[in-house]
Design a protein around this ligand. Structure first.
Ligand SMILES: C[S@@+](CC[C@H](N)C(=O)[O-])C[C@H]1O[C@@H](n2cnc3c(N)ncnc32)[C@H](O)[C@@H]1O
Length: 308
C-alpha cells in the first residue's frame, strides 16, 4: 500500500511564505503536502536558512526569476555552478534529434558493481535528468537506502552531473549520457537490484505532429519500464504541457492489468476531477517544473504502481 504522511502548509516557515508570495504573484502557490513515505522524503526546509535577495524573485519576468528560484529550491546541494546550462565556456544545445544516427547506438552497460557501493539497493531512474539537480537532491537524502540513475541525451549535461556526483563522493548516484528510448532496457535489465521508481518529468514536448516520434516515451520504452519494474515499483510522470501529459498517461493507462494508479490503491491520495495528482509526491520540484510554475502553468502528474 502507498502510505501518506500529511503535513500542513501552516507549518511553512515565515521566510518561505514571504518568498512564495513574491515568486508567485498571480496564482495561489500550493505547497506539496503529501509524500509517499516509503520512497521520497518530505519536502525540505532549506528555504528558512536561505539568505536571498527578494529583488531577484520579485522580477516580473518569469524567465529572469527562474534561475533564482531554482537556486533557492536547490540551495542545500551546495553546487558551485550556476543554474545555466553551461559547461565551462561551452553553451549546451537546447535540443538534439534523438532519431539521428549518433543517438541510435545503445550505450555500453557499465559494471554496476563498480558504479554503486551496494547494487542490491532499490533503483530509481530519472529519464531525461537534465542538469541532474533533482536526482542529486533525492540521492543525498537516501544515501544508504537507494541508488539513483539519471539518463540524459545531452552529453555535456550528463558529464557535468556525473562530475558533481563524483566531487561529492556520492556512491549511490550515477548519470549516463544515453538515449533512454534506445538504452533503457539493456541498462536496467543488467542492474542486480530491484527497479522501484522510474520518473519522466517534463519531457521535451516536440509539438509538431511530424516530430512526435522524437518524444522520449514510445511504446517500446513503456514496455521495457513495465517489464523491468519490480512488483510494487512505481512510475511517476509529469508535464506542464497537457498534450504531452495525456500522451504519456495514455501509454500507462493502457496497462490496467499490470499497473494501478496510486489513487486507486490508496483513496486518500487526492486527484482532481480529471485524475491528475493534486500534489507533487517527490518532495522537490524539477527545474522545468519550477520554471513552468513561475509562468503560472499547471503541472499534470500521474503515478502508477506495479501490481504485486
Ligand atoms: C525539458 S527537459 C526536463 C528536464 C528535467 N526532467 C526537468 O523536469 O527539469 C527534458 C530533458 O530530457 C532530455 N531528453 C530528451 N530526449 C531524451 C532521450 N531520448 N533520452 C534521454 N534524455 C532525453 C533532454 O535533453 C532534456 O534534458
Amino acid at each position: 500500500m502507498v502510505s501518506l504522511s500529511l503535513t500542513s502548509s501552516n507549518t511553512m516557515p515565515i521566510t518561505r511564505q514571504a518568498l512564495s508570495i513574491f515568486a508567485y504573484p498571480f496564482r495561489k502557490y500550493t505547497i506539496p503536502t503529501i509524500s509517499f513515505s516509503h520512497f521520497p522524503p518530505k519536502r525540505h526546509r532549506s528555504f528558512c536558512q536561505y539568505t536571498h535577495s527578494l529583488s531577484a524573485v520579485s522580477d516580473p519576468n518569469p524567465r529572469n526569476r527562474s534561475p533564482e528560484a531554482i537556486a533557492l529550491e536547490y540551495s542545500d546541494l551546495n553546487l558551485p555552478h550556476s543554474t545555466s546550462e553551461e559547461v565551462g565556456p561551452v553553451r549546451i544545445r537546447q535540443h538534439v534529434n534523438p532519431l539521428s544516427a549518433y543517438f541510435s547506438t545503445p550505450v555500453e552497460v557499465p559494471n554496476w558493481n563498480e558504479v554503486y557501493e551496494d547494487t542490491k539497493l532499490p533503483l530509481m531512474v530519472d529519464i531525461g535528468s537534465g542538469s541532474g539537480r533533482f536526482l542529486m537532491w533525492l540521492a543525498k537524502r537516501n544515501l544508504h537506502s537507494k541508488n539513483y540513475l539519471g539518463l540524459e541525451i545531452r552529453k555535456k549535461l550528463a558529464l557535468r552531473a556525473e562530475d558533481w556526483a563524483k566531487e561529492q563522493s556520492l556512491r549511490n548516484l550515477h548519470y549516463m549520457f544515453a538515449n533512454a528510448t534506445i538504452s533503457f532496457k539493456q541498462l536496467i535489465s543488467a542492474y542486480p537490484g530491484p527497479l522501484m521508481l522510474v520518473s519522466i518529468l517534463c519531457p521535451d514536448p516536440h509539438f509538431k505532429k511530424k516530430h512526435h516520434k522524437r518524444r522520449v516515451l514510445q511504446k517500446p520504452l513503456v514496455d521495457s519500464i513495465v517489464n523491468c519494474l519490480a512488483p510494487g515499483g512505481q512510475v511517476f510522470i509529469q508535464s506542464d504541457v497537457l498534450e504531452v501529459a495525456l500522451d504519456m498517461r495514455n501509454h500507462f493507462d493502457a496497462e490496467p492489468d499490470i499497473l494501478a494508479h496510486v489513487s486507486n490503491i490508496d483513496a486518500s491520495i487526492a486527484c482532481d476531477d480529471e485524475g491528475w495528482l493534486l500534489r507533487n509526491p517527490m518532495g522537490i520540484r524539477t527545474e522545468r517544473e519550477i520554471h513552468a510554475e513561475l509562468e503560472g502553468a499547471k503541472i499534470y502528474r500521474r503515478m502508477y504502481q506495479k501490481r504485486k
